[in-house]
Design a protein around this ligand. Sequence first.
Ligand code: CO
Length: 172
Amino acid sequence: MKRPVVLYNDPVLRKRSEDVLTFDEELKIFVQELIESMQESKGCGISAVQVGVLKRVFITQIDEEGNSIEGSPIKVYINPKITFYSEDLVTWSEGCLSIPKIYGEVTRPVSITIEAYDVHGNKFEENLTGWNARVFLHENDHLNGVLFIDRINKKERKLIAKSLKNLAARRT
Ligand code: CO
């Protein structure tokens, strides 16, 4: 893998990513490399920071059930903004490529409206619901240095505490 996925205890995951200012060839190559990293890791989404690049870029590739499916369209979101959150919430189990084999229940809005730029610098708007909203929100959190483990409840945190500790120890 050209750009390996950084893991849980890497401090880069806690940093805020910066807006993309130039939509050039370099960005297109980077997005391609990000796609390769996501697919090789069998993820349904990945943010630039997860390969150590602090740019507001992420990609998703999911089916209706939130699984990573090779045939599903790859979506690229650059400098994304959330303009609407539904009041309806849903609690689902989440994982993360940077926190392998650890899962936790996270409550998030069922649907959102977002604005973002594509790789050519064209602005677009989307209404996302279900798993599409879920994965977007998870990846968008990464751009602000937030991980899904920050959003789980105390009981869930207790359940995964030991696994997290082991994971951190393994990587140092
Ligand atoms: Co993640």
